[in-house]
Design a protein around this ligand. Structure first.
Ligand SMILES: [Zn+2]
Length: 445
């Protein structure tokens, strides 16, 4: 175990007394026979969030931007970053014991190739485990496992997502809040951010800023492995420590996660479901991670430009009129962030750019019911005692709207389970292998 001495940005105001976890009221039981959790995870209830976070979705157009100021804090008890967490810790064992393993399909734990990618040789062509890496499957084959979210349902919608953040100081001038500032300055754009736990601990100020800026924070594991190569308890550990880091740093508990490299099957989905999370994939991939950059690859940026140009052209000429999209981009390095910033203004002119939860009508992406996000069905949600200042921590004294949130939280869960239409149009396995090699190189530098 290892402690991290952190340089954490907090705004000038003094610490806020946080209602710990603001745990959701008990959800109606018996509403689902599947694996999707119906209540806030009890095994996170001992995690006390750091002070300084907003307590509700920011409803003003002025969100915090600019340099992050630093405060030294100590976070103790985390496993080493960028490594598979121990599986025998009391925390991981507590989650393991809380899971109903009779609801988790007994799919094989995949072996890993030398480069860490899952070995798909010999896998049944009928795809009995709905293994995305092998087939692109997003509609589970096992009963009770929740379907993935894949694309926005409405044509013209562009579900904006960035993986692998927050981009730590390794990113130099492109480290956060570079992208977050850019988004704020471009129509107060919101995005969904899939965070790696190890990065959250390394850049907690950026994570707090993202929440204050109104982005949707989701889980992207602790150390970014191919999840189907992880044993059941290893899957638990990867998800648990990411959830723990996000909750301690930002105070929220995501109900959404994305598997690194898209590598998920029904076994992994079911475990994530019972840990309170829906799986979110994508249907358009920029492959931006593979451009030359810190830890990147050798994909010519012009190729990525071509993807964006093609998507814009298809929308403009009417051929992209079947459904909206969820697009995979990364806050990984200078190359990916600069590419994201290059294209966002043009994408905004062609598409309606929203975080995926907005187009999916998921108003409460966290178990904490005091956060209510805009959705297409309800663009201007009324949050209880919403903080109203750009300098959020100075005024974020709202109390959780537990009473009003329970019903809608349940609604969000059920709606998200019915919205995936399973449409996908990407190339799969070939890029997965390359992706792992290049990203592993990036991460362990
Ligand atoms: Zn990733």
């Amino acid at each position: 175990m290892k402690s991290y001495i952190l340089s954490l940005t907090l705004l000038a105001s003094t610490a806020l007394a946080q209602s710990s976890s603001s745990a959701a009221a008990p959800q109606p039981s018996g509403t689902s026979s599947g694996t999707l959790a119906q209540s806030s995870p009890a095994w996170l209830s001992d995690v006390k969030p750091l002070p300084g976070n907003v307590q509700s979705y920011p409803t003003t157009t002025q969100v915090p931007t600019g340099p992050l100021s630093a405060v030294n804090l100590t976070l103790s008890g985390y496993p080493p970053g960028w490594a598979s967490p121990p599986t025998d810790s009391p925390q991981v064992q507590a989650v393991y014991k809380a899971i109903n393993w009779s609801l988790v399909p007994n799919s094989a734990v995949r072996t890993a190739n030398k480069d860490g990618t899952p070995n798909m040789s010999g896998y049944d062509a009928s795809d009995p485990d709905c293994w995305w890496s092998a087939s692109g499957c997003t509609t589970p084959k096992h009963q009770g496992v929740e379907a993935d979210i894949v694309n926005c349902p409405t044509a013209g919608d562009w579900g904006l997502t960035y993986d692998d953040g927050p981009l730590t100081s390794d990113g130099g001038t492109w480290a956060e809040p570079n992208l977050y500032d850019f988004l704020a300055q471009h129509n107060n754009q919101k995005a969904a951010l899939f965070y790696i736990g190890s990065n959250v601990i390394a850049a907690p100020a950026a994570a707090q800023r993202a929440l204050a800026d109104g982005h949707t924070i989701c889980v992207h594991t602790w150390s970014h492995p191919a999840m189907t190569t992880q044993s059941n308890v290893q899957v638990v550990a990867e998800l648990y420590w990411a959830l723990h880091a996000i909750k301690e740093v930002t105070g929220i508990t995501p109900k959404c996660w994305r598997p690194p490299y898209g590598d998920v099957d029904d076994r992994v989905r079911a475990i994530a479901n019972q840990m309170g999370m829906t799986t979110v994939i994508w249907d358009e991939d920029t492959n931006d991670w593979n451009m030359p950059g810190d830890g990147g690859g050798n994909l010519p940026p012009a190729t990525v430009d071509g993807y964006f140009e093609g998507w814009i052209e298809a929308r403009k000429n009417g051929t992209d009129n079947q459904h909206g999209h969820i697009i995979l981009e990364h806050e990984l390095n200078n190359a990916t962030v600069s590419m994201a910033e290059k294209w966002l203004p043009q994408i905004q002119q062609t598409f309606r750019v929203v975080p995926y939860n907005q187009c999916m009508n998921i108003s409460q992406p966290y178990w904490e019911t005091n956060f209510v996000y805009p959705t297409d069905a309800n663009p201007t949600p009324v949050a209880a005692n919403a903080s109203s200042s750009a300098h959020t921590s100075a005024v974020a004294t709202s109390t959780p709207a537990v009473g009003s949130g329970a019903a809608s939280a349940a609604g969000a869960s059920s709606s998200s389970s019915t919205t995936s239409n399973g449409v996908s149009s990407f190339s799969l396995s070939s890029s997965v292998t390359a992706a792992f090699v290049m990203m592993a190189a990036a991460y362990f530098m």
